[in-house]
Write a protein that binds this ligand. Structure first.
Ligand SMILES: [Zn+2]
Length: 404
């Protein structure tokens, strides 16, 4: 005997008693009852949670024989032949509002835009339906929502009934039946007939409010994110709070927020540009100072400098500024992070092959690095090795023939 589905008789029932038919004592304890108000995951609607004999029900599923299995946090007391249970009503009622909202929204997309629903997904965070084709435009979506809101204000009864297949095929069902036996049809009075095993609110007014929050193109389909009932209210309150905070921060009305943020972005871009220019001037001044203080050899200024900056990028910026000046060999180290870095280069008129120098430094001290004949850079295992490597590079610079 399959489990009797009390949630079909009365989806508003929150407590019940039932006989224990079978205990499942695997890794996860489970129990099958002769009847239940616990809805098992199916038809896009998630399972209920709650208590059974004082034990938490964490999952509910159905098997091919029509048994509904309550998966429990702990086994039921062994002597219990009969148990009483209660579902988490807030969770269930939320599912009922979303699911009824889905039927109504799907009916609206079908009747207004001729787009059938080809997927439905309901989770703790999101509710979606999938439609064929690209996202409809705002005007089309507004017509769909007007249809939905009108049906909600009409408080149309939502009822469920089982029909023999022969009768069901004469109903204007959204999708052709896929089962042979009797078919449970959920009707939004005069508006929608859908084969469905889910739980629904009594009438459309209990859907309360329905909003579409996002349309997402997915290949040649569109995913419609929507919220109904309590979720739509919670979302509305959150948006009010966020926009109020933004309005206070930017001292502007809600409708002027996008323009205010655009102005902020422009100001930020200008500030960043000014900051970059100031930084470049500082780097060039630092390069001139280092060159002025550097020892000369054979007409070349040989700069050896360890950077104090927190920013490793300053290493290559300073190197670029130094070798942009003629007659310079620059050897820079940076030990600001965990791993010392170094960079070395020369002006384009200085006949020193940095790659050749690099090969010798690699051989002498095992440092890592790479680059071009004009510029090389790399890392050293510790500060001492970095200093040794830079001094060896400096020695190559002092050995250069006179370029004057
Ligand atoms: Zn349904």
């Amino acid at each position: 005997m399959p489990t009797r589905k009390l949630y079909w008789q009365d989806p508003y029932r929150t407590t019940f008693t039932a006989r224990v038919m079978q205990r499942l004592n695997g890794e996860r304890p489970g129990v099958i009852l002769n009847r239940t108000i616990f809805y098992p995951t199916g038809g896009g609607q998630p399972h209920d949670t709650g208590l059974l004999g004082g034990v938490r029900v964490i999952d509910v599923s159905s098997d091919d024989d029509g048994n509904i299995i309550h998966w429990l946090e702990a086994p039921l007391p062994q002597d219990a032949d009969e148990v009483s249970g209660e579902i988490d009503w807030a969770r269930r009622y939320d599912h009922m509002q979303q699911h009824s909202g889905q039927h109504l929204l799907s009916a609206a997309f079908q009747d207004i835009l001729y787009r059938p629903t080809i997927g439905f997904h309901l989770s703790d965070n999101t509710v979606t339906i999938d439609l064929p084709g690209p996202p409809p435009d705002d005007e089309a979506v507004n017509r769909v929502l007007a249809f939905v809101q009108n049906a909600i204000s009409e408080a149309r009864p939502i009822t469920a009934r089982e029909y023999p297949l022969a009768e069901a095929i004469h109903l204007p069902l959204r999708k052709p039946p896929t089962v042979d036996g009797p078919i449970r049809v959920v009707e939004i009075q005069g508006l929608d007939w859908s084969a469905c095993g889910g739980t629904h609110v009594r009438n459309t007014s209990e859907i309360g409010h329905l909003v579409i929050t996002r349309l997402e193109r997915r290949g040649d389909q569109t995913r419609v994110y929507f919220l109904a009932g309590g979720r739509a209210n919670a979302d509305h309150l959150q948006r009010i709070r966020v926009t109020r905070e933004l309005s206070a921060m930017l001292t502007t009305g809600v409708e002027d927020l996008p323009a205010a943020i655009e102005r902020l972005q422009e100001q930020m871009q200008q500030s960043q540009k000014a900051l970059r220019q100031a930084r470049d001037l500082l780097t060039q001044a630092e390069a001139r100072r280092l060159i002025a203080e550097a020892p000369h050899s054979g007409g070349v200024d040989i700069v050896l400098h360890i950077l104090e900056s927190d920013d490793v990028k300053e290493l290559s910026r300073l190197l670029q500024a130094l070798i942009a000046v003629p007659n310079v060999v620059a050897l820079l180290g940076w030990a600001g992070g965990g791993r010392p870095r170094w960079a070395a280069g020369r002006s384009s008129n200085v006949p020193l092959d940095m790659l050749e120098s690099l090969a010798e430094v690699k051989e002498a001290y095992g440092v890592q690095g790479g680059g071009s004949p004009e510029m090389i850079q790399g890392a050293a295992p510790d500060e001492e090795t970095m200093h040794k490597a830079l001094h060896l590079l400096q020695a190559f610079a002092f050995d250069l023939p006179d370029i004057d």
